[in-house]
Design a protein. Structure first.
Length: 121
């Protein structure tokens, strides 16, 4: 029972870190968006990202629909089934590392936001 509580608590912490990451990213983009130069650059970035995503989507669709792609999908399914059978232990070992990584990412984003806010001041 104690292990289950610890597991639940750790996953709650992971969820909180993702939530904080989302808030930090929102704040960072809001800060960047308030500057005209940044707004232009972000718009250019958005257009470029949309173009890249369209190309990736087309390439993936073509690959998935090909005979080789279908074979690969079947191989992946088999691999996932095998991984799922032994994945519980991996999740237990990885969860604290994921939480730690999210904390570091959040801190880096907060530092970046602070630097952006200082520049804007």
């Amino acid at each position: 029972m104690e292990d289950q509580n610890k597991t639940n608590e750790t996953w709650q912490n992971v969820g909180k870190q993702f939530e904080q990451l989302g808030k930090s990213l929102e704040e960072a983009f809001d800060t960047a968006w308030n500057d005209e130069n940044n707004r232009k650059k972000l718009k250019e970035l958005e257009i470029g990202m949309i173009d890249v995503l369209d190309k990736i989507t087309t390439s993936i669709k073509e690959e998935v629909e090909s005979p080789k792609g279908q074979e690969t999908i079947q191989d992946i399914k088999k691999g996932l089934e095998k991984a799922a059978a032994s994945g519980e232990k991996l999740v237990e070992n990885t969860r604290p590392l994921l939480e730690e990584a999210l904390v570091k990412v959040n801190q880096n984003i907060q530092d970046w936001i602070n630097r952006m806010n200082n520049k804007a001041s």
